[in-house]
Design a protein around this ligand. Sequence first.
Ligand SMILES: NC(=O)c1ccc[n+]([C@@H]2O[C@H](COP(=O)([O-])OP(=O)(O)OC[C@H]3O[C@@H](n4cnc5c(N)ncnc54)[C@H](OP(=O)(O)O)[C@@H]3O)[C@@H](O)[C@H]2O)c1
Length: 364
Amino acid sequence: MPGTSSRPPLTVAVVGATGAVGRTMIQVLRERRFPIGELRLLASARSAGKHVTIDGEDHAIREATPDAFEGVDIALFSAGGGTSRELAPEAAKRGATVIDNSSAWRYEPDIPLVVSQVNPDDLEGHEGIIANPNCSTMQLVPVLMALRDSVGIERVVVDTYQSVSGTGHKAVAELEAQIAAHAAGQPKQATVYPHPIAFNALPEIDVFLEDGSTKEEWKVIAESRKILHLPDLRVACTAVRVPVFYAHSEAVHVETREPITPAHARELFGRVDGVVVQDDPAAHRYPLATNAGGTDDIYVGRVRQDASIPDGRGLSFWVVSDNLRKGAATNAVQLAEVLVQRGWVQAAGRRAASSHQRVAEGVA
Ligand SMILES: NC(=O)c1ccc[n+]([C@@H]2O[C@H](COP(=O)([O-])OP(=O)(O)OC[C@H]3O[C@@H](n4cnc5c(N)ncnc54)[C@H](OP(=O)(O)O)[C@@H]3O)[C@@H](O)[C@H]2O)c1
């Protein structure tokens, strides 16, 4: 991590360390050389006492209990909403700053919901809990930000093609087993999803809401508005699970306020940190899940005018990113990096209290 070599190392907890996101978090923390003094790996009581080997080092898994957060500076949570609701306040009470991957806190007005390259300033006033957005929202908003800041956005329609790793490690195993069953001429067993996911497309992600949409679709709408600071943005979404292991794809249609050409849009997208334009249809070059998997970037291509919107104010494009990395773990670690670089690791109230104390002691 650049610019941190002289800073004291931190005690970092990963909650959900045995899961798909938690394992990726550990990997990303190490790859980015996050300044860790102690890495505390936590999961459910089922995993307590198990060991995991990371880069040849053995780490014991502990049960995530309130006391496990004593002395923790930053806690990266990816253990489901129930665990976050119960344990994130306990961790914050003990002085840790939580970066939470579940949807438990995202819609609370006072809790920052942040994509590292879109709204990092929103982290400043955190009071110990920070929310990491949903993976489908994460890859969408950096690209929308470029349009918001140049030509303005009137309306967004996004249809997602989401990989099974977005559901967790059991769904990855289920798709593998169904493919093997198909090859062996056996029936495909579905337990994680209501139908076989192999060779299928399921228009059901998370629970159904009263209006017939799903919670996943609602999340994309509510989170995009909050992160982009556009509370009235018109957004429609259809979220679909597809038999892809890693990386989500999205077909995005945007009605802009001012006209914009595809060439200008490509130029704007390419200037966003962490966004890569791959757009050469003649060479069959466009973003693919199989290429995006295992990387941290957001890939955009197939940028074209949407002729159904008048006056050159319509754009269509295709966005792909690894849901476990930028969609979850990498963004969480990037937020932790911003906290360290800007001196915001502690909650705003604690920072203010310690600076008052320093003034009173004549230190500052
Ligand atoms: N997958 C994605 O792309 C993605 C993206 C964004 C956000 N998220 C969110 O991240 C979270 C984890 O997702 P995942 O895909 O990593 O799921 P997963 O592979 O099923 O892993 C779940 C993790 O949570 C732990 N856990 C479950 N109950 C617990 C409890 N009571 N106390 C402590 N730990 C507990 C599990 O530990 P045990 O092994 O001990 O059961 C495991 O480590 C979810 O909230 C999900 O919505 C996922």
